[in-house]
Design a protein around this ligand. Structure first.
Ligand SMILES: Nc1nc2c(ncn2[C@@H]2O[C@H](COP(=O)(O)OP(=O)(O)OP(=O)(O)O)[C@@H](O)[C@H]2O)c(=O)[nH]1
Length: 526
């Protein structure tokens, strides 16, 4: 996998882990907040519902107060006037007050009046349970009420829940002592419940028996206190909705029913939608971020590394140690390129030295056979293009075996160095190449040199060595060390081998003719 692939993989893995972590954090924090919000909102709704029911009770209380502080009713308890009864306690009149139940008790708690009717139809209904002596509410109703919050409450009857209010019967001024108790009731029948639902915009139900519920999933349960009941709001939790339950109590404090408020979990649904949206946006942002980072890394790092790698590839493939990398920036990659260039300078110097060593004879410092072969090939091509003459001089030390034998191998080496010096001293133009071919065999390649000039140089080398006067007592041709030389000129159809062979033949001829002399062989027929 390339650097780009590795970076991509690491980036994707890293961002994946970050994305997962942020999702988990979002889920736990955001959803918990949303749940808290919806629990509070749902409990507020239940409290509002209870308050609205309570307002119904207050309204009934108001109607009851109007009757209880009415002098004519106050007098009726004393005189039992039939006209008053017929006029005010008729079903039609009671229906106008919207009450389902009206009872009047004297101070001893005996029933003076008890009417129950459906105010919507003005027809009598049987709410007789209220009058039964084993009903604890019956006892409460006939008693003189004391504290005003306790004078209203609920009672269960066969038709449903009845709201009841009871007040002492006083004169209009409220100055004379009470003559009894008036009780008024309104049934929470379906139309009444629907009206409350419309008013609160809460769809609720009245259950006849309490349900097994739990406290809210988080936080403290809200406890509501009201003339309708008291206690915590209980929950049944579903995926899409809560059911809030609150127990209603009658005037005797007994559970008499339950308020059920179904509460759709729209806040949580919205929270989940928001979370999904946020996750998508986060994912998009992450991908854009990753793409941007990759782009930056690509520009800042990968493209430059790739270029550096390509440049080094070129240098290696072409063995061109003079080339340099091009990144000159002041950062780390620029530093690597700089160091690479310094290494290339060292390599180039060492390669040059190696090259020179490979082309140099270590004993004499002259060019060696390898350099000679390359140069000869090059000069032949050049000569063919330009038509300039090329001469080759071959040299061989005379009776060198005897010299070695007589003066020792080291003296022989020293003598070879002298020969080399003589060659270099005479062949010193840029086009001249004095070479040690091996052993005591030497050559001089003379570019742009004709036969006469070549023979002249060869003769001068021979004389220069004689002038060195290295004693050679075993030589048959001189008192001192001497050389034989053969000169050949390049012909148009020559190969390196044929030119070499002709020069060698000339050298052989010089040896054969008595050594210590120059013999030329310009053409094959010479
Ligand atoms: N000291 C020394 N001797 C060398 C070197 N290379 C070759 N020789 C000797 O050079 C001698 C060449 O001898 P030969 O080829 O018989 O020729 P020669 O004795 O010079 O006789 P002619 O060439 O016929 O005059 C041999 O004894 C080699 O050992 C070298 O690098 N140093």
């Amino acid at each position: 996998m390339g650097l780009r692939g590795k970076l991509l993989f690491s980036l994707v893995a890293l961002l994946g882990v970050l994305g997962l972590a942020s999702t988990l954090i979002l889920r736990s924090s955001v959803l918990a907040s949303y749940q808290q919000i919806e629990l509070e909102a749902s409990q507020d709704d239940m409290a509002r519902l209870v308050q609205t029911l309570e307002a119904e009770l207050l309204q009934l209380n108001q109607v009851t107060r109007e009757w209880g502080n009415w002098t004519e009713l106050y007098n009726y308890l004393a005189n039992r006037n039939r006209d008053f009864r017929n006029e005010n306690l008729s079903p039609t009149n009671l229906a106008l007050s919207g009450v389902w139940y009206l009872a009047i008790y004297d101070l001893a708690g005996h029933t003076v009046e008890a009417h129950s009717l459906n105010p919507r139809t003005s027809q009598p209904v049987d709410l007789g349970q209220l009058a039964q002596s084993d009903n604890p509410i019956r006892a409460i109703l006939g008693q003189q009420p004391e504290a005003s919050p306790d004078n209203c409450g609920l009672a269960r009857v066969a038709q449903g829940l009845l709201m009841l209010c009871r007040l002492p019967i006083l004169d209009s001024e409220g100055k004379l002592p009470s003559r009894g108790v008036i009780v008024m009731g309104r049934l929470l029948d379906p139309p009444a419940l629907q009206r409350i639902a419309n008013q609160t915009r809460l769809q609720f139900e009245l259950l006849s028996a309490p349900t097994q519920t739990k406290p809210p999933p988080t936080g403290e349960p809200r406890t509501l206190f009201s003339p309708l009941g008291y206690g915590p709001v209980g929950y049944l939790q579903g995926e899409d909705r809560y059911e809030l339950h609150w127990t209603l109590r009658d005037l005797a404090g007994r559970p008499c029913g339950e308020l059920l408020l179904p509460w759709p979990r729209s806040i949580m649904t919205r929270g989940r939608e928001v979370l999904v949206q946020a996750q998508w946006q986060l994912t998009l942002l992450t991908l854009l971020g990753a793409f941007g980072m990759l782009l930056v890394i690509d520009r800042v790092l990968l493209v430059r590394l790739k270029r550096l790698s390509n440049e080094l590839d070129d240098i290696r493939a072409g063995q061109d140690w003079a080339k340099r990398t091009s990144d000159s920036s002041a950062d780390e990659i620029g530093g690597v390129a700089q160091h690479t260039n310094e290494l290339l300078t060292v390599i180039a110097a060492q390669m040059l030295e190696l090259e020179q060593r490979a082309q140099t004879d270590p004993l004499t410092g002259l060019a060696n056979r390898r350099a000679f072969d390359q140069r000869l090939l090059h000069e032949i091509r050049l000569q063919r293009r330009k038509g300039q003459p090329l001469a080759l001089v071959m040299l061989d030390v005379d009776f060198f075996k005897r010299y070695n034998d007589a003066y020792g191998h080291q003296a022989g080496d020293a003598a070879l160095r002298v020969v080399a010096r003589c060659m270099s001293g005479q062949a010193k133009r840029p086009g001249d190449l004095p070479v040690r071919l091996g052993g005591e065999e030497f050559a001089i390649l003379l570019a742009d040199t004709n036969l006469a000039a070549a023979c002249d140089i060869a003769e001068r080398v021979r004389l220069a060595l004689l002038a060195e006067a290295l004693p050679h007592k075993q030589s048959d041709v001189a008192e001192v060390l001497s050389i034989s030389l053969g000169v050949a000129m390049l012909q148009s159809d020559d190969t390196p081998e044929s030119l070499y062979a002709r020069a060698d033949t000339a050298l052989y001829a010089a040896k054969h003719a008595g050594r210590n002399q120059v013999v030329s062989k310009a053409t094959e027929t010479d």
